[in-house]
Design a protein around this ligand. Structure first.
Ligand code: SF4
Ligand code: SF4
Length: 371
């Protein structure tokens, strides 16, 4: 069933989540950007803010709208809460000739992620396939993921670099949410449509005291999502894409991209599905205490592919090609889906504005549209 929750009653959702013991993470404005962090009430949400995004550019602008969720994919994704950028794995103490290993505790409180965009919902499913269902299950990721309630918010506005509609990952949430909201704002009305996708989500609905949505209200929700899909300015033609990339490893375009790419790794840091990491060991000055830390890493660094005396990918050309062909070609064979959900973050946050949808188009022999 779909419910209607008045926007001015959104605090009931916060109270319901708090009563169930969830710590709420959601969007809030900080340092001129939307970030996902702990929030306490609807007052923390970015009401009246919208983003303007294009190649290499992100701006938040104030609007007259009371909408809480008028922004699109922000710089951070939910990845950092489940797969932290820095995680202490263990410490070792040497005492009187014996070595004691102390594993770090990574227990967390139950978390509610409020405001998961459809592309990021799909990205969480991809991370699940890597860290829960792949060959190397990750205990920290599993502990956090199992305690997480997902509240998706459908997109009713397309961002400047989004292309989820062409990837089949948005702007309407697919499977995997516990609750899903659609925010509708008109001159005289402001409300949310609320659907549950699990028993955990359903248990949060009755405290909302929301009434059943009328067919007209539900139609308005579908229309708003359709409008966002139609307004999406970018697309990626996925048909035959894995084969196209695999057949073009020697294409001259890779040299041209390499002349622009700075190998800064921004694209992999903001990507909601990139999952590469490294470990660093350190010791104190006495040598008695050592610790191991897992850190996010990137296929754009020379060190990442360093094996036995040399880097497997010594050139920027080979690193960009590795990243793009993994996302859009070999990921399919590895995990059964693309490694890209069309959030557009790598386009927005690339300092030189490289756009993988354009690069794919050029590799197909088509004219570029956005460069
Ligand atoms: S590759 Fe780019 S558009 Fe695709 S999911 Fe990653 S950041 Fe988003
Ligand atoms: S593609 Fe852009 S964001 Fe990615 S490493 Fe190159 S310059 Fe940095």
């Amino acid at each position: 069933m779909t419910y209607r929750l008045e926007a001015n009653a959104l605090d009931r959702l916060f109270k319901a989540l708090g009563t169930k013991g969830y710590v709420i993470f959601g969007p809030t404005v900080r340092d001129s950007a939307v970030v996902y962090d702990r929030i306490e009430s609807p007052n923390d949400l970015p009401a009246g803010w919208a983003d303007q995004q294009t190649n290499g550019s992100y701006r938040l602008v104030k609007t007259d709208s009371p909408a809480y969720f008028d922004f699109t994919a922000p710089p951070q994704s939910w990845k950092r809460l489940l797969f932290p950028p820095s995680l202490h794995l263990f410490r070792s103490h040497r005492r009187n000739g014996t070595l004691e290993i102390l594993e770090e505790e990574h227990e967390t409180e139950p978390m509610a992620f409020l405001g998961v965009r459809p592309c990021d919902l799909r990205a969480l499913a991809i991370l699940d396939s890597v860290y829960l269902n792949g060959g190397a299950s990750d205990s920290t990721y599993r502990q956090r993921r199992e305690k997480t309630l997902i509240i998706a918010v459908n997109c009713t506005r397309a961002g400047g670099t989004c292309f989820c509609a062409s990837m089949g990952t948005g702007p309407e949430a697919g499977a995997g949410f516990d609750l899903c909201l659609t925010e509708l704002v008109s001159e005289h009305d402001h409300y949310f449509l609320v659907e549950s996708g699990s028993a955990k989500g359903e248990s949060c609905v009755s405290p909302l005291q929301a009434r059943e949505a009328t067919p007209q209200e539900q139609t308005s929700g579908r229309e708003a999502i359709r409008t966002a899909a139609a307004a999406m300015g970018r697309s990626l033609q996925t048909q035959g894409l894995p084969e196209l990339l695999a057949a073009n490893l020697s294409h001259p375009r890779w040299d041209q991209i390499a002349r622009r790419c700075l190998a800064c790794a921004n694209c992999t840091m903001v990507c909601p599905t990139c999952f590469c990491s490294t470990v660093e060991d350190s010791t104190d000055l006495s040598g008695a205490i050592a610790s191991r830390t897992r850190l996010w890493d990137s296929c754009f660094t020379a060190e990442f592919s360093y094996i036995h005396g040399g880097s497997l990918r010594p050139t920027i050309k080979s690193r960009y090609r590795q990243w793009m062909t993994h996302k859009l070609s070999s990921w399919v064979a590895q995990f059964g889906s693309f490694g890209c959900v069309g959030c557009g973050r790598c386009i927005t946050w690339c300092p030189v504005g490289i756009d993988l949808t354009e690069e794919a188009r050029i590799l197909r022999g088509q004219a570029a549209e956005h460069v």
